[in-house]
Design a binder for this molecule. Structure first.
Ligand SMILES: Nc1ncnc2c1ncn2[C@@H]1O[C@H](COP(=O)(O)OP(=O)(O)O)[C@@H](O)[C@H]1O
Ligand SMILES: O=C(O)C1=C[C@@H](OP(=O)(O)O)[C@@H](O)[C@H](O)C1
Length: 170
């Protein structure tokens, strides 16, 4: 949540000539309602069931940059599908940076009650090991801009042979 999956993922997809897909947007389109509405109607567990179906389908597509919701790593089957079918980049941000970036955001149901900063610290404690387990690469997002982060991810994927070289001089 707020690590830059959408901003960085979109830029990367554009540069690499790939299609950007946001699993939450796909879920909203298929279900015909917002993620917040799904949470209030079905609870978090109900949302996670739908999310798992979406991750299973979307990880079978080729040539896409997929941004998942931040909680997708909670289910082992999602971690497996992501790691085995794709190349996963963990955009790591500190909970304090996330609290700053998301201070005006009202679209994320898990952050709408109580102390947002404390909740982000708790989510980070639980999820950071799961992101590390799922990811092939970890990129620190603390200082660089989203545009620079997209360059860093692209370079990393080119070095790994996942993307063709963009022919930068060197
Ligand atoms: N590297 C960054 N530095 C500063 N602000 C950022 C960075 N990445 C994202 N943001 C800002 O944080 C907010 C959330 O970014 P977003 O791409 O929606 O994250 P996510 O998709 O991971 O939830 C946006 O306002 C975005 O402009
Ligand atoms: O972290 C989470 O558990 C969630 C993050 C959200 O996506 P973003 O990571 O895009 O905010 C969305 O899937 C849902 O609100 C649950």
């Amino acid at each position: 949540m707020g690590a830059g999956k959408t901003t960085v993922g979109r830029t990367l997809a554009q540069r690499a000539g790939l299609r950007f897909i946001d699993s939450d947007h796909e879920i909203e389109r298929e279900q015909g309602c917002t993620i917040a509405a799904l949470f209030s109607r079905l609870g978090e567990a109900g949302f996670r069931d739908i999310e798992a179906g979406a991750i299973d389908a979307l990880t079978q597509r080729e040539g896409v940059v997929l941004a998942t919701g931040g909680g997708a790593v909670l289910r082992p089957e999602n971690r497996k599908a992501l790691h085995e079918r794709g190349t996963v980049v963990y955009l790591r941000a500190s909970p304090d940076d996330l609290a700053h970036r998301l201070r005006h955001d009202r679209s994320r149901p898990l952050l709408q009650q109580g102390d947002m900063r404390a909740k982000l610290h708790e989510l980070y404690r639980v999820r950071d090991p799961l992101y590390r387990e799922t990811a092939h690469f970890v990129i620190e997002t603390g200082r660089p801009s989203p545009a620079l982060l997209a360059n860093m991810v692209q370079m990393q994927l080119e070095l790994a042979g996942v993307l063709p070289s963009s022919g930068a001089p060197g």
